[in-house]
Design a protein around this ligand. Structure first.
Ligand code: NAP
Length: 252
């Protein structure tokens, strides 16, 4: 079976590793091209947008793709919507890999907000020391609240002009340990964390440390899930692929 995996996540990389060398599948992993130095992968990759829904549908047809696996990040809403529409257009089977969202426990001090503008408003009018871990794409709304002292952490530096001039930048790629996060939050005297509900284990440690330190967290909610068949992780995606492959072999 020819597979296209839409990636940029731990799950996509893990699925690629599971499929590498398996003669039943020929899989390509697709990156948007947002990071300069993407992690090495176990299967062939391609990089860059497809040119919208029609471009992706054309790619699926031209490359004779049998199944499209959307393993993009839970906040990559446009790519996910395009995957649903293009798979339908091209008549290709689609599976979405969507890791479960984080859930607050009784000792968590979360303010849950629907979007980044609401996250800015939740910080309030009094200056606070903020750890901002929302990714490069979602920084602009915070320019409207320049009185806070922001420490911005993402894989690569944000482009100039998307943050108040006083913000500091920390380049780092997860996974992060609780010891690392404890050191960062205490040394930087962080008073509030702003993040989005990505789920997964790679960036979860900051939430555990916030709980221990009694720090508030502004948690931005996910976009709605797609209307597609959804599994939670790479193992379940592999099981789905094996079932499909067996059905194809039986001529179902
Ligand atoms: P997005 O807003 O949903 O997508 C914008 C456009 O980028 C898409 O329409 C598509 O262009 C292109 N694109 C996105 N993912 C692609 C992929 N895997 N392969 C080829 N083209 C892709 O996406 P985003 O939120 O900017 O995320 C970009 C990438 O970063 C994704 O691979 C995602 O998994 C990863 N990522 C995102 C986040 C996040 O918080 N958003 C966090 C970690 C990793 P065309 O319309 O031209 O096809």
């Amino acid at each position: 079976m020819n597979l296209l995996i839409l990636g940029g996540t731990t799950e996509a990389t893990a699925l690629g590793r599971m499929l590498a060398g398996d003669a039943r599948f020929a899989a390509t992993l697709s990156f948007a091209g947002r990071t300069q130095r993407p992690l090495a992968q176990a299967i062939p990759t391609r990089t860059g947008g497809f040119g919208g829904i029609d471009g992706l549908a054309r790619y699926l047809t031209d490359q004779r793709i049998d199944a499209l696996i959307d393993a993009t990040h839970p906040f990559a809403a446009q790519m996910t919507a395009h995957a649903v529409a293009a798979a339908r257009q091209a008549g290709v089977a689609l599976l979405t890999v969507l890791r479960p969202a984080w859930q607050p426990g009784p000792r968590d001090r979360w303010t849950e907000v629907p979007d980044m503008q609401a996250a800015v408003e939740a910080l309030g009018g009094v200056a606070r020391r903020v750890l901002l871990t929302v990714g490069q794409k979602d920084l602009t709304p915070f320019t409207s609240a320049p009185w806070h002292d922001y420490l911005v952490r993402s894989i690569e530096p944000p482009p100039p002009g998307v943050l108040p001039p006083s913000a500091r930048f920390l380049a780092a790629r997860g996974p992060f340990t609780e010891a690392d996060e404890h050191r960062l939050l205490t040394e930087e005297r962080i008073e509030v964390i702003v993040t989005k509900n990505s789920g997964g284990t790679a960036t979860e440690a900051k939430l555990a440390v916030a709980r221990v330190l009694g720090l508030p967290v502004v948690m931005t909610a996910r976009p709605p899930p797609p209307e597609a068949e959804i599994v939670a992780d790479a193992e379940a995606a592999l099981a789905w692929l094996l079932r499909r492959h067996a059905a194809v072999q039986r001529g179902v």
